[in-house]
Design a protein around this ligand. Structure first.
Ligand SMILES: [Zn+2]
Length: 301
């Protein structure tokens, strides 16, 4: 019989933190003798014979939100560690309890971000209890995609170096190797000049954000002429995965083009790789990236 023990045993346990000061510790040291709890709601069902108090219910929600915020911090650190973002660029997640809100850091370099930096926004980019913290100017990219795409749970915007040349030339970026298939069949290029003329190239209002979201459509990503790229995905892990392999694909494609004519993946090959790309592969990459970024590898909710 399951006992009522407050909310502590409902917390999603994490493997021991990869201490950033000890980046080379063996993975064996992270082994947990007890099984990880992969299913938060399964844990809730185990308490069917207990009626949580109002305070316990609040604690459960906080646990879920805290878990997502930790995952978002990890996403920021990984993108920085893997060279997708530098001092600029950002990743957001749709609020787990309110689809009309999203979570995004205050204006800060991704490698510096802590849980206390994460702010909540309405879809039109207004901070909710921001406490005077300055938000990113380009937060409208995120809200516009959540507004247009109910399936999107996480958005990355970056100025990933290797993709920039493909946004300013007539050479389209296309999957060149199997890991690159996650970028999709076509990667369109959004040119802010088409509808907004001379600007600072930044997406600084909802009108520009919606124009970008419209071009991305149902796709995974778009390049932004003279600026960078944006990725829309079903989870933080998937958004990071696509962002990293967009950068890698761009780098390899440039190398291949320098050598001669390139044979890209066929549409059928891209579809078959997509069918095989699920949580198994993405989580395997995520665990490795967590370790490289000195962040804990959390069990998924
Ligand atoms: Zn930008």
């Amino acid at each position: 019989m399951t006992s009522c023990g407050g909310t502590g045993h409902l917390s999603t346990r994490v493997r021991e933190n990869c201490n950033s000061e000890e980046p080379n510790r063996s993975l064996a040291e992270f082994a947990d003798p007890a099984p990880l709890q992969p299913d938060y709601f399964g844990a809730l069902q185990g308490l069917a014979d207990c009626t949580p108090t109002a305070e316990q219910r609040k604690g459960m929600l906080m646990t879920k939100l805290d878990h997502v915020i930790e995952e978002l911090v990890t996403g920021n650190r990984i993108l920085a560690r893997e060279g997708v973002v530098d001092s600029f660029g950002h990743i957001s997640v749709r609020h787990p309890d309110n689809p009309q809100r999203y979570l995004l850091s205050r204006s800060r370099a991704p490698d510096c971000i802590e849980a206390s930096d994460i702010m909540e926004f309405t879809l039109d980019g207004m901070p909710v209890d921001g406490g005077g913290r300055p938000p990113y100017l380009e937060r409208f990219i995120h809200g516009a995609l959540y507004e247009a795409r109910p399936d999107v749970m996480s958005v990355v915007h970056n100025h990933s170096e290797s993709v920039i040349p493909f946004g300013v030339t007539d050479r389209a970026i296309k999957p060149i190797f199997h890991m690159g298939a996650s970028i999709g069949h076509e990667v369109p290029v959004w040119d802010s000049h088409d509808h907004f003329g001379d600007t600072a190239l930044l997406v600084e209002n909802m009108e520009m954000g919606r124009d970008l979201a419209k071009l991305i459509g149902a796709g995974a990503t778009a390049l932004m002429r003279g600026h960078g790229a944006t990725v829309a995905a079903k989870s933080i892990r998937q958004a990071v995965y696509v962002s990293i392999y967009l950068e890698v694909n761009a780098r390899l494609q440039k190398q291949a083009m320098d050598m001669g004519e390139v044979k890209f993946l066929t549409r059928g090959e891209i579809d078959k790789v997509a069918e095989r790309t699920g949580p198994y592969g993405i989580n395997r990459a995520w665990e490795n990236w967590c370790r490289r970024a000195g962040r804990p590898f959390q069990a998924e909710l």
